[in-house]
Design a protein around this ligand. Structure first.
Ligand code: AMP
Length: 544
């Protein structure tokens, strides 16, 4: 018998459809940006869509052809948003580069991706003046500013002005339709080991991820939201918010480079922000500022925190002191990035508050589209009992299949090995216990560095904490706690170690504490364990 086929329209999932949807149905909804130049810029989704078309025209005029990579070094702002849509929408590939990387890495990445155009903000002019010569494939350098802010002289030959390029176009351009599996954007992983690797997203994967991210058990976005993405647009496409916000018709507030507590708080208040997302380190700064100045948020109600483990103490402070619900999320560049988020199931409503909190501290349940399991070193699946911890592997339509120019697929039996170690409980809540490289192996037993960090963070005198493995003659490795104290706070080694008593098994308590003024972070705000381990590689534990 002949197979009966579905009789629905065949419409490829195109990124341009997100912004045309936003422009048609939420045309007067605002996009507000704090600019590098210092002022506040406002316009609407309709304006953004028109200018994105002009960006597409301008890039075509510069000679860009389907598949060409256009790089950005930009903050969160409306011009960056226009480049997102103007490139992907016209079959170019938007390559967001993380400006916090080392200069040599930035040049390496641009060369690896064979970027043909580089659009960058005023902040990075001195950097690009140094790097321009080493970016071999870049034919055009575009400064993301207006004529008035263009430098009088610069070491970059034929530097172009973004506003001049955009204003020269008439916007008479139709978004093309093409294969939804076409590449739309590239993000490089932070490269904690070896050179960074490119994850190449497609139109299809981006739209499916944008749908999923907006779901009630994920970011729960709607046209009633005012969204402020603190997570940078150069880090996994700001967790997809520029797409999900268009899909949902949210008002968007971009903070530009102004991410200090005061600037953020003022923007949250003046623009009536309801939802935000970012890594834990950003909230440390914001929370210190609101506490010191005895401030409260008037409209801010929900935030997604992820990128590294969110300390339970931060979840509590945000909820109890400021009325902000924290949704703890886990993801990776290779997952576009969202994998799991922590939201209760209906059956949890009757549990006592403390038990609910323990559930919400986990990294949470998958969103539909992602599947996960934990396996041992022989690839055998481990039980979902909340106790067995193993290598977390995932699959789904927005999980990478291979890296850009990658010779071999990273998949093992069709699953992507995340490099994270996790437990999964009977309710399907996943909890990351460590990166496989960060886990501390003491006498053959594993100690979770995240558990130890979370306990330290609960101490009122601790601003930031990191735990690393230190060599030990008897136990192989033992935990060393590295701490930054809060300004003016006092706490010594003994008190800190005593704080662990009763909170964790005795043999897991760190062997020593070092107090520092700074903990190194990666370009995406994660604690740089590799660097810390290097710094303390000859550290002599009192127990050794
Ligand atoms: P990136 O690709 O730079 O976003 O880094 C992904 C990695 O960050 C993951 O593999 C985890 O090790 C870590 N990570 C992300 N979110 C969390 C979280 N909520 N808790 C613990 N680790 C996280």
């Amino acid at each position: 018998m002949a197979q009966l086929m579905g009789q629905m329209m065949q419409m490829p999932l195109m990124i341009s459809s997100l912004i045309t949807h936003a422009a048609r149905h939420f045309g007067d909804t605002e996009i507000v940006s704090k600019r590098v130049e210092g002022d506040l810029h406002r316009y609407t989704w309709a304006d953004a869509e028109l200018r994105s078309r002009k960006v597409a025209q301008a890039l075509a005029r510069l000679g860009c052809r389907a598949g060409d990579r256009v790089a950005t070094l930009g903050w969160n702002g409306y011009r960056h948003l226009e480049i997102y849509y103007g490139t992907s929408g016209s079959q170019l590939v938007c390559h967001t580069i993380n400006p916090r990387l080392f200069p040599e890495q930035i040049a390496w990445i641009a060369n690896d991706a064979e970027d043909t155009v580089l659009c960058f903000e005023l902040t990075f002019l001195p950097l690009i003046e140094k790097l321009a010569d080493s970016m071999k494939s870049v034919r055009h350098f575009v400064l993301m500013t207006d004529r008035a802010h263009m430098p009088a002289s610069t070491g970059i030959p034929k530097l172009l002005c973004y506003e001049e390029l955009v204003e020269a176009e008439d916007g008479r351009f139709d978004w093309p339709e093409f294969d939804e599996n076409t590449a739309s954007s590239i993000c490089y992983t932070s490269g904690t080991t070896g050179n960074p690797k490119g994850a190449v997203y497609s139109h299809r994967s981006t739209i499916l991820h944008a749908y999923a991210a907006a779901l009630p058990d994920a970011m729960s976005l709607s046209a009633q939201d005012v969204v402020l993405p603190v997570v940078p647009m150069f880090h996994v496409n700001a967790w997809g918010l520029p797409y999900s916000a268009a899909l949902s018709g949210c008002k968007v507030v971009f903070p530009g480079p102004h991410l200090d507590g005061k600037s953020l708080f003022e923007l949250f208040e003046s623009e009536k922000v309801s939802f935000s997302a970012g890594v834990p380190t950003v909230w440390l700064g914001l929370l210190t500022y609101v506490k010191q100045n005895e401030l409260k948020f008037s409209t801010f109600r929900r935030t997604v925190i992820g990128g590294s483990a969110c300390p339970p103490s931060m979840i509590r402070t945000l909820e109890d002191d400021y009325g902000v619900t924290v949704i703890h999320a886990w993801g990776m560049t290779e997952l576009s990035p969202l994998g799991t988020l922590s939201k209760l199931k209906a059956k949890h409503f009757d549990l006592p508050k403390e038990q609910q909190r323990h559930i919400l501290e986990k990294q949470g349940k998958v969103i539909y589209g992602i599947d996960m399991k934990i396996i041992d070193d022989n690839d055998a699946e481990l039980p979902w009992d909340g106790k067995a911890s193993g290598n977390l592997v995932v699959r789904g339509p927005w999980v990478i299949d291979s890296y850009y120019k990658g010779p071999r697929s990273p998949l093992v039996n069709g699953w992507f090995p995340t490099g994270d170690v996790a437990t999964i409980d009977a309710d399907a809540f996943m909890q990351i216990t460590d990166r496989s490289k960060d886990v501390i192996k003491s006498g053959g037993e594993w100690i979770s560095s995240i558990d130890l960090e979370n306990i330290a963070m609960a101490h009122p005198a601790v601003h930031e904490a990191a735990v690393i493995a230190c060599r030990h003659p008897k136990w192989d490795e033992r935990p060393l706690l590295v701490i930054i104290r809060k300004p003016g706070a006092e706490v010594g080694r003994e008190e800190m170690l005593q704080f662990y008593e009763g909170r964790i098994a005795k043999w897991q308590i760190p062997d020593d504490v070092v107090f520092v003024n700074e903990i190194p972070h990666t370009a995406t705000g994660k604690i740089q364990k590799l660097k810390l381990r290097e710094l303390y590689k000859d550290y002599k534990l009192p127990t050794s």
